[in-house]
Design a protein around this ligand. Structure first.
Ligand code: CA
Length: 538
């Protein structure tokens, strides 16, 4: 009745799994249309180590359950070609625990933790992993890596910042984050060039000119349908609102990844600066005038596809390669469509400033669940993704499917290059955000020449604000920082949303806001950040 081959079933309930002859692994509920159970008529022969020995991490096929849902839209798919291939190469197969139907990654993660059914492998957001790891949900990987993960160890020895970034406040490492090959320019400003031309407008050079252009987009019907349905400024992330702060020399500073205001070595929490009020007042005005997507706080990740696809979106602040790709993918659908990169419009101080930058390390990665019975195999599996073979697989997908090789050079398949390459890669399970080194070669292969030029221009002209360093906190600092940061940033974000959407008037509530920040401990929050920063700068 059982498979001849020894499928190792774990996770939810070994007893239950034994009772199901067909062996539906995990508790996959969503995605039933595309997800195949591991059926008893699967290839009967037990794969022997033979020529795959080099990358095998388990002698017998081993199934490990995985929780992976991130960015409010990506769920682990058992049919991803990349992970199936990794299964062939390592003998370890990840089986999703059925998160595909939801759209709130954070909530789903919390539910998973609360259920007390932490799977073998856990994919999660940086701060979440660093919070739940020390609470006992995840294993400390330090020793496991030292003993069993030569590729990862080699990488970590070369770049000590990686461990600094990955470690939780208790000094232990609970997840293996994603890595970017190369850092520097991340996002920039893009605008509908064809609309500028149509309305006889110049490329905006200052933020006031930018405002005027958005205004014209709203009022002069550049899409020509007779309706004021244009959405002049939009973003596929709520951070799109904060991206506008740069025009007013203001900064948010709410997250590790965003700038704190710095002057002469002294840090200030952005929202307490006077220019923050000015910025929000102005942005609220823009919003009221219909220049900012009315749904900017809720539209979500698909905003760019939807608004550009419907020929309504006018300008955004986003990654160059993927945004410029719409010039190719929408060429037929929206005749004349041309999204172009512009220099950051000059801010109130007359400076062109780009405040985002490409971090070296990504926000997400895999960890190992505390109840995992195969920690050694699991870490070896995570290590596979840092091997040459694993790196190629994670970046380019499976040869013959997403790419071919010509004269030893990788060439992405037409299927990948059609539309938005990165989106297409996701469907293969490639280019997702987990622990491996994302290759600049991939980015170059799928980027348009304009996007490569844009990145070079932004670098050459030194628009970039100096990246804020990744700081190390003592355990005590970290504890304070995390508690204060969650409370304070949540409050600020709530207020910003109210002010911008007009549910509250910043003129009336600003003093109360500042007082509340004091009461919530913003001074202590700043002190903690300052002490870590000063130590770093020494
Ligand atoms: Ca219109």
């Amino acid at each position: 009745m059982m498979n001849k081959k020894t499928r190792i079933k774990k996770g939810i309930s070994i007893v239950l799994a034994m009772g199901l002859a067909t062996g539906l692994v995990g508790c996959s509920t969503g995605n039933s249309s595309t997800e195949k159970p591991v059926a008893s008529n699967a290839p009967a022969a037990t794969p022997e180590p033979k020529k795959l020995a080099g990358s095998l991490v388990s002698e017998k096929p081993l199934d490990l359950t995985v929780h992976m849902h991130y960015g409010d839209r990506f769920a682990f798919d058992n049919n991803w070609a990349v992970f199936k291939k990794a299964g062939e190469l390592t003998n370890v197969n990840l089986k999703g625990t059925g998160q595909s139907s939801g759209s709130k990654s954070g909530e789903m993660f919390n539910l998973m933790i609360a259920s007390n059914e932490v799977p073998d492998i856990v994919h999660g957001f940086r701060e979440t992993m660093k919070t739940y790891g020390p609470q006992g949900a995840l294993m400390d990987l330090t020793d496991l890596i030292n003993k069993n993960a030569p590729n990862l160890k080699k990488f970590m020895d070369k770049d000590p910042d990686y461990a600094r970034y990955a470690k939780a406040a208790d000094g232990k490492m609970y997840f293996v984050p994603y890595v970017f090959d190369g850092s520097g320019v991340s996002k920039g400003w893009l605008i509908r060039k064809d609309w500028l031309t149509k309305l006889g407008l110049q490329v905006p050079k200052t933020y006031q000119e930018y405002y005027n252009v958005l205004k014209a987009f709203k009022e002069k019907d550049p899409n020509g349908n007779g309706k004021a349905d244009e959405v002049p400024y939009f973003s596929r992330d709520t951070s799109g609102i904060y991206d506008l702060l740069v025009f007013f020399d203001a900064t948010y500073g709410g997250d590790l990844t965003l700038q704190w205001a710095e002057s002469g070595g002294k840090l200030t929490y952005g929202p307490t600066q006077p220019q923050f009020k000015t910025a929000i007042t102005n942005i609220a005005k823009w919003y009221k005038e219909g220049l900012i997507d009315i749904e900017i706080f809720t539209r979500g990740a698909k905003a760019r596809d939807v608004l550009l696809g419907e020929n309504k979106g006018g300008s955004t602040h986003d990654f160059f390669p993927s945004t410029l790709n719409f010039n190719r993918s929408l060429a037929t659908q929206v005749p004349g469509f041309e999204m172009a990169v512009i220099a950051p419009p000059q801010n109130v101080n007359g400076k062109h400033v780009e405040a985002t930058w490409q971090q070296k390390f990504g926000n997400h990665g895999f960890g190992i669940g505390a109840k995992n019975k195969y920690p050694v195999e699991s870490i070896k599996y995570l290590d596979f993704w840092f091997s040459e073979e694993g790196t190629r697989l994670a970046n380019f997908g499976v040869e013959g499917q997403s790419y071919t090789k010509e004269n030893g050079q990788i060439k992405m398949s037409p299927e990948v290059m059609k539309g938005t390459p990165l989106e297409n890669m996701y469907k293969f399970g490639a280019q997702h955000e987990f622990g491996y080194v994302q290759s600049l070669d991939f980015t170059k292969l799928v980027s348009t020449p304009e996007s490569i030029t844009a990145v070079e221009d932004y670098s050459k002209n030194q628009y970039m604000k100096k990246p804020f360093p990744i700081l190390n906190y003592t355990a005590e600092e970290k504890k304070k920082f995390d508690t204060l940061s969650v409370a304070i940033n949540t409050y600020v974000r709530e207020m910003v949303q109210k002010w911008i959407m007009g549910a509250d008037d910043i003129e009336k509530s600003y003093d109360g806001f500042m007082k509340k920040l004091k009461d919530m401990g913003v001074d202590e929050f700043t002190e903690v950040q300052q002490s870590a920063y000063s130590r770093y700068m020494k």
